[in-house]
Structures are given as structure tokens and as C-alpha cells.
Design a protein around this ligand. Structure first.
Ligand code: GDD
Ligand code: MG
Length: 357
């Protein structure tokens, strides 16, 4: 089987992390985001994966060739000279996607869930139409594509991308399975699959919705990345650090990290490779990326600490603060919702959400 992952875009909403690393390579629960998807595809029997990008893929290719060998999968880059949107890349890769009659997966690269690909294959075969789309329920549907189905049926009646008025709270999870017949609808020009292709398929009753079991989150922005991390850790609970006096709720600690037994972590904390956490530090709903160091008595909540950054003693970070790579926060500094660009030092408190350049 085949799959295409939509990896385009510059990940501006996940800055400053994406100033260092393309979004698909930013770690989520200590593994590059895209690897969660690639592994799930391989488990479902996919042998050919196309990564649709609209920037130069050199920075990703070393990483990808390593996993190609490890996982026994063929991964090809399909590079757009101009952004082709969410549908155009399918036409650009049609030699691979349309090479046989078997259906292919298409994934938005910034979503996390349990990826029920085997169930999708069975569902798609059973209804026999051109497309299957996973749906999930959210409280704020206006940020997403909304799906309306015929009563008591899986057939989609209407698809509305980012509706201004309330239509339904069932939304497109950004995970699809298509028969190659869809390719006749799409040209290699900038096209939105959500605005231009799905509405037509709905009119022709060629697209069905399957309910996504379990959690789901689009993790393309810091606040949602932190929420998604919490959901993911809850689903992963069995393989996490055992709760104890200094571990509260779900906490994932990389085996190469050094965490003082006098620090207190959780709920929903991820500690990356080579990270050090000093005595008396207190972390909740926080992700610390590889190589960073959190000094004694620092207090972090709703924060992402970038690679090789450091947070000084008694510093206090909260309100979805994001430190870029190699940022250094001095002792006793208070940051609330700051986004600090890579390689900066912060020596004084910033109590309001600010971009530090
Ligand atoms: N190759 C390529 N080229 N990829 C692109 C391009 C492009 O020009 N534009 C966007 N993408 C990729 C993004 O990298 C992402 O993986 C995916 O397409 C969706 O784009 P987003 O920018 O993340 O869209 P969204 O989050 O606002 O909305 C989409 O996702 C929602 C679920 O998270 C839509 O599909 C909604 O309908 C859906 O509900
Ligand atoms: Mg998105």
C-alpha cells in the first residue's frame, strides 16, 4: 500500500521551534512528530510513502534515509516549486499513488491520535466509494473542516472548511484513505482538498466518514501541542514512569535524562534525551526538548523548553512560554507566555506574552 503525508508549509504557528527544525522533525513525546505516523503506516502494511513538501528537503533527507532502512519502507520526497495546497500534491505524486488499483492514505502531518489505519482499510472496502475521511468531535469546530452526514449513514452530505457559523461539532481529523479514482479530479496546481474537492465528492456521494476512536489533536501550535502531549501520554500510560511522591500523573522521561529525585514532575510532562532537572524543580504540563537543563527550584507550567536551552534557579515560566533552541533564562526570571527566539539570553522578567527577538 501507499501513502502521502502533507508536510508542506513552514510551521509558522510552531515558532520558535520551527526556526531550528522543520515541523515534522520536532519531537512529540520524544520522537519526531512524523515518525509516529510513518510507523503506524508501516504497521498497516504501507510500503511506499511520499512526503509532499514545498521547501528544500535536504535537512530531512538524512533523517528519513535512516528510518527507511530501519523500517523497511520506501520514502520519496515530492517537492513543489510553489505551494500546491492540500490537493495539488496528490496530482504531483500521481505516478506513485496511481501506480496500481490499491487505495492510498493521505495524512495531515500535524495530527496525533492512535492512527486506526487497519480499521480504515476495512471500512473503505466495505462502502466502496472513492474516499474515507476520519471524523472526531471538538468543542471549537470553527478552526477545522466540518462534516455533515446523511442521517444514520456514513455518507457525507456536506463538507464546510472553517465555517463562520455553527454547522456541527464533528470535524475532519485530517486522515484520509482514497481510491486512485480521486486522482482524475485533481490537477498539479494550487488546490484545497477541503474547499474544492470534498464538496464535489459529497455531492456525488463519493466520500464517507468513519468515527475516530480515542483521542485526537492538531498539534501545530504550542498550546495544542501541550494539550496533545497530555492526551498522548494518557493513552500511553502503561509505559510511563511509575507514579511516586515526585511523579504526578503521566510523565515520560528519556532514559538518558538525569532528573534529581528532589524534583517534582507532572502531570503531563515530557523530559527529552540528555536533559538535566535539578533538585526542587517543579514541572507540570511541560515539554523539555533534548539537551536542555532545568536548574534547581525552577518552576515551569505550560511551557516548552527548546533544545539545549537552560532555565536558571528559581525562574518561573508559565502561560504557554516557548523557549527556542539554545535560549538561556537567568535565575529568578519570570516569563508568562513569552516566545523566545533561538540563541537569546533573557536576563529580566517579562510578565506579559511577548516575542523575544
Ligand atoms: N505539501 C504541501 N503543500 N502541504 C501543505 C500545503 C502545501 O501547499 N499547505 C498545507 N500543507 C499541509 C500542512 O503541513 C498540514 O500537514 C496539512 O497540509 C494541513 O494544513 P494546515 O495548515 O495544518 O491546515 P489546518 O490545520 O488549518 O486545517 C486542516 O486540518 C484540520 C485538522 O487538523 C484541514 O484539513 C481541516 O479540514 C482539518 O479539520
Ligand atoms: Mg493543522
Amino acid at each position: 500500500m501507499k501513502a502521502l503525508i502533507l508536510v508542506g508549509g513552514f510551521g509558522t504557528r510552531l515558532r520558535p521551534l520551527t526556526l531550528t527544525m522543520p515541523k515534522p522533525l520536532v519531537e512529540f513525546a520524544n520522537r519526531p512528530m512524523i515518525l509516529h505516523q510513518i510507523e503506524a503506516l508501516v504497521r498497516a502494511g504501507v510500503t511506499d510513502i511520499v512526503l509532499a513538501v514545498n521547501y528544500r528537503p535536504e535537512i530531512m533527507s538524512d533523517f528519513i534515509s535512516k528510518y527507511e532502512k530501519e523500517l523497511g519502507v520506501r520514502i520519496t520526497f515530492s517537492v513543489e516549486t510553489e505551494p500546491l495546497g492540500t490537493a495539488g500534491p496528490l496530482a504531483l505524486a500521481k505516478d506513485i499513488l496511481g501506480k496500481d488499483d490499491s487505495p492510498f492514505f493521505v495524512l495531515n502531518s500535524d495530527v496525533t491520535c492512535e492512527f486506526p489505519f487497519a480499521a480504515m482499510i476495512a471500512f473503505h472496502k466495505a462502502h466502496g466509494a472513492e474516499g474515507t475521511l476520519l471524523v472526531t468531535k471538538v468543542e471549537e469546530p470553527s478552526k477545522y473542516g466540518v462534516v455533515v452526514q446523511y442521517p444514520q449513514q456514513s455518507t457525507i452530505e456536506r463538507f464546510v472548511e472553517k465555517p463562520k457559523e455553527f454547522v456541527s461539532n464533528r470535524i475532519n481529523a485530517g486522515l484520509y484513505l482514497f481510491s486512485p479514482a480521486i486522482l482524475r479530479r485533481i490537477k498539479p496546481t494550487p488546490t484545497s482538498i477541503e474547499k474544492e474537492i470534498f464538496p464535489k465528492m459529497a455531492l456525488e456521494r463519493q466520500i464517507h466518514a468513519m468515527d475516530l476512536p480515542g483521542f485526537w489533536m492538531d498539534v501545530g501550535q504550542p498550546k495544542d501541542y501541550l494539550t496533545g502531549t497530555g492526551l498522548f501520554l494518557t493513552a500511553l500510560a502503561k509505559s510511563l514512569a511509575a507514579p511516586g511522591p515526585n511523579i504526578v500523573g503521566h510523565v515520560l522521561i528519556h532514559p538518558t535524562a538525569t532528573v534529581s529525585p528532589l524534583a517534582k514532575l507532572g502531570p503531563s510532562v515530557v523530559i527529552g534525551a540528555g536533559v538535566t532537572v535539578g533538585p526542587g524543580a517543579r514541572l507540570a504540563r511541560t515539554v523539555v526538548l533534548d539537551g536542555a537543563s532545568i536548574k534547581a527550584h525552577a518552576w515551569l507550567r505550560d511551557t516548552i523548553v527548546g533544545w539545549n536551552a537552560s532555565v536558571g534557579r528559581w525562574a518561573r515560566l508559565e502561560g504557554v512560554t516557548v523557549l527556542g533552541e539554545d535560549v538561556h533564562v537567568a535565575e529568578e526570571v519570570f516569563l508568562n507566555g513569552a516566545k523566545v527566539l533561538p540563541h537569546k539570553s533573557v536576563g529580566a522578567s517579562i510578565p506579559e506574552p511577548t516575542i523575544v527577538m
